[in-house]
Ligand binder design. Structure first.
Ligand SMILES: Cc1cc2nc3c(=O)[nH]c(=O)nc-3n(C[C@H](O)[C@H](O)[C@H](O)COP(=O)(O)OP(=O)(O)OC[C@H]3O[C@@H](n4cnc5c(N)ncnc54)[C@H](O)[C@@H]3O)c2cc1C
Length: 458
C-alpha cells in the first residue's frame, strides 16, 4: 500500500520504531501519515551496516519472544521468514572464562553453573519467589503498573529483602543489569531488573537474518517520509495542528489533522508549547534523563575459542567500562566472512559520556584495552573496526520514576490532536516504543473520527 495524499494527514515526528509503528497503524485506519526525521535515514536506534564482508548492528540487536506487539507486526509485514533464532545463550565473564546460561532459564542454569559457588546460589533462590509476585505487573505500555515495587535500586533491594551481596550480586545481578541496560544496578529502579528478567532474559531471543534494518525498511515502505527534517514546534489549532520544521531548504509551516510525537521525553515540552495544562506533566518529562552508548563492531580473523554465547555480560570487576559484547557470528549466519568472527563491544553510559566526543583512534584503543581484559589475546586478531556513537539511548531510571510516571499518566492531556509515543512509558526497548506508538494511535483515532477538520486538512 502506498501513501494516499487525499486522506487526512497526520504528522509523525521521529521515524524510529515508535513513529514507524504509529504510521503503520494510522495508514491501516485510513489516514495519511507524514513521517519526519532529523536524520538522513529511518530507523532511529535501529541501524544495520554492511562493509568489508561484515553485517553489523550499530544499534538494537535482539528481538526477545516476549516482544509480542513487535512479532505481530513482523507477521503483518510477512517477515516471519526473515526472523531467526539468535542462539539464546547468555555468557557471563568471570576468571578468564565465559560461563553460558540459557536466556530462558537464567536462574535455573546459574544454580548449576560454576559461575558462582554454593552459598551464592542459595542467595539467588528467593529472587524467584519475589519475581513470581511482581511478574504480572510488568507492562510494556505503562510500567507505572509496578509502581508499588518502585522504591529501591536493585542493589538496595537485593541487600535489604534478600540478604544478597557478594558473588550472586556482582556476577549475576549487577552483570545482567550492566549487560542489558549499560547502567549500574546501584542507580536504577529495581522494577527494571524484574522487567528484564521476565521480558527480555526470560524468553527466547531472535534476530533478523539480514539485520534489524530489514524490519524498519519494511515498516517504512510506501509511507511519505521526510528525512533531514527537524520539527521545532507543534501546536493545536481549530480542527487540526500546525507544525514548524526545518530542512535543507529552510523553515516550513504546515497544517494537518493531528500529530504524534516520538522524540525523547525531556525535549517534548519545548516542542509542544501550551500543550500541558498541568505543569507537573511538563516537569516529569523535563526531568527524564537518557543514557548514551558507544559501540565498536570488531571483525576478528579467528572467533574467540570456546565462546558459543550470542551475548555476554561483563562484570565491573573485569572491565568497568564495557557493559558486554555480542558474538554476532554466534547470533546469526552471514555476519562475518567465512572463518572470521564479528564481536560488538558496547560501553557503559558513564564512559560513553566522554567517548562520544573522542576521535575514532582514541575510542578504538579504549575498547581494545577493555576487550583484552575480557578475552585475552583478542586484539591480535582484529582486522576491522567500526565505531557508532549514540547520544540518547534509554531512559536512565531511578527509584520512584515509575511512581512519577503514574501521576503523569493520570494527569496528561486527553482527547487532544497531539499524542505522545516514545520509550518513557515503560522500561526502554523496541517493544515499549512499539506499544507506545500503537497506544498513541488508539488514543488519537476517536478524536480524529469525531472531528470536523479531517477533510479540510487533508
Ligand atoms: C547500541 C544500542 C543497542 C540496542 N539494543 C537493543 C536491543 O537489542 N533490543 C531492544 O529492544 N532495544 C535495543 N536498543 C534500544 C532501542 O533501539 C530503542 O529503545 C528504540 O529504538 C526506541 O525507539 P523510538 O522510536 O522510541 O526512538 P528512536 O529509535 O530513538 O527514534 C526516534 C527518532 O526521532 C528522531 N527525532 C528526534 N528529534 C526529532 C525532531 N525534533 N524532529 C524530527 N525527528 C526527530 C530521531 O532522529 C530518531 O530517528 C538499543 C539501542 C542502542 C543505541
Amino acid at each position: 500500500m502506498s501513501a494516499a495524499p487525499d486522506r487526512p494527514r497526520v504528522f509523525v515526528v521521529g521515524a524510529g520504531p515508535s513513529g514507524l509503528t504509529a504510521a503503520h497503524r494510522l495508514r491501516a485506519a485510513g489516514y495519511h501519515p507524514v513521517l519526519l526525521d532529523r536524520r538522513d535515514r529511518v530507523g532511529g536506534q535501529i541501524h544495520t551496516h554492511r562493509e568489508a564482508g561484515y553485517l553489523m548492528e550499530e544499534g538494537a540487536t535482539l528481538l526477545p519472544s516476549a516482544y509480542r506487539p513487535v512479532l505481530r507486526i513482523v507477521e503483518e509485514l510477512g517477515l516471519q521468514d526473515a526472523l531467526i533464532p539468535a542462539g539464546s545463550r547468555v555468557g557471563f565473564a568471570r576468571d578468564g572464562a565465559i560461563h553460558e546460561l540459557r536466556s530462558e532459564a537464567l536462574f535455573r542454569d546459574a544454580a548449576r553453573s560454576p559461575l558462582i559457588g554454593p552459598a551464592a546460589k542459595l542467595a539467588l533462590a528467593p529472587l524467584g519467589l519475589v519475581n513470581a509476585r511482581i511478574a504480572k505487573h510488568l507492562n510494556y505500555e505503562d510500567l507505572s503498573s509496578a509502581a508499588a515495587w518502585d522504591r529501591e535500586t536493585p542493589r538496595e533491594f537485593c541487600a535489604r529483602h534478600l540478604g544478597m551481596s557478594g558473588d550472586a550480586y556482582d556476577y549475576v545481578i549487577d552483570a545482567t543489569v550492566r549487560g542489558v541496560l549499560g547502567v549500574r544496578s546501584d542507580t536504577i529502579s529495581v522494577v527494571e531488573l524484574f522487567f528484564m528478567i521476565n521480558n527480555i532474559l526470560g524468553t527466547t531471543l531472535f534476530a533478523f537474518r539480514d539485520g534489524y534494518s530489514a524490519y524498519v525498511a519494511a515498516l517504512a515502505a510506501g509511507h511519505e517520509v521526510r528525512l533531514g527534517a527537524t520539527v521545532h514546534e507543534l501546536v493545536e489549532i481549530a480542527d487540526g495542528v500546525r507544525m514548524t520544521y526545518a530542512d535543507a531548504d529552510g523553515e516550513h509551516v504546515e497544517e494537518g489533522a493531528a500529530a504524534l510525537v516520538t522524540i525523547r521525553g525531556d525535549r517534548i515540552p519545548d516542542l509542544l508549547p501550551g500543550y500541558f495544562d498541568d505543569p507537573s506533566c511538563a516537569a516529569f518529562l523535563r526531568g527524564l534523563r537518557y543514557t548514551k552508548c558507544v559501540v565498536m563492531n570488531t571483525g576478528v580473523t579467528t572467533p574467540p575459542a570456546g565462546v558459543r554465547a550470542s551475548v555476554t555480560n561483563v562484570p565491573e570487576s573485569i572491565e568497568p567500562g564495557v557493559m558486554g559484547f555480542t558474538c554476532e557470528h554466534n547470533k546469526a549466519p552471514g555476519r562475518a566472512p567465512a572463518g572470521k568472527g564479528l564481536l560488538c563491544f558496547l560501553s557503559m553510559t558513564e564512559d560513553a559520556e566522554r567517548l562520544v566526543a573522542e576521535d575514532d583512534d582514541t575510542v578504538r584503543e579504549w575498547f581494545l584495552r577493555g576487550a583484552e581484559r575480557i578475552l585475552p589475546g583478542v586484539s591480535d586478531t582484529v582486522d576491522y573496526t567500526r565505531i557508532a556513537r549514540w547520544d540518547e539511548v534509554i531512559v536512565y531510571s531511578r527509584p520512584g520514576l515509575y511512581r512519577a510516571l503514574g501521576d503523569f499518566v493520570r494527569r496528561r492531556p486527553r482527547g487532544t490532536r497531539i499524542e505522545l509515543g516514545g520509550i518513557f512509558w515503560s522500561s526502554s526497548n523496541i517493544c515499549t516504543a512499539t506499544s507506545a506508538g500503537e497506544r498513541a494511535v488508539r488514543d488519537l483515532l476517536p478524536v480524529l473520527r469525531a472531528g470536523t477538520g479531517a477533510s479540510t486538512l487533508a
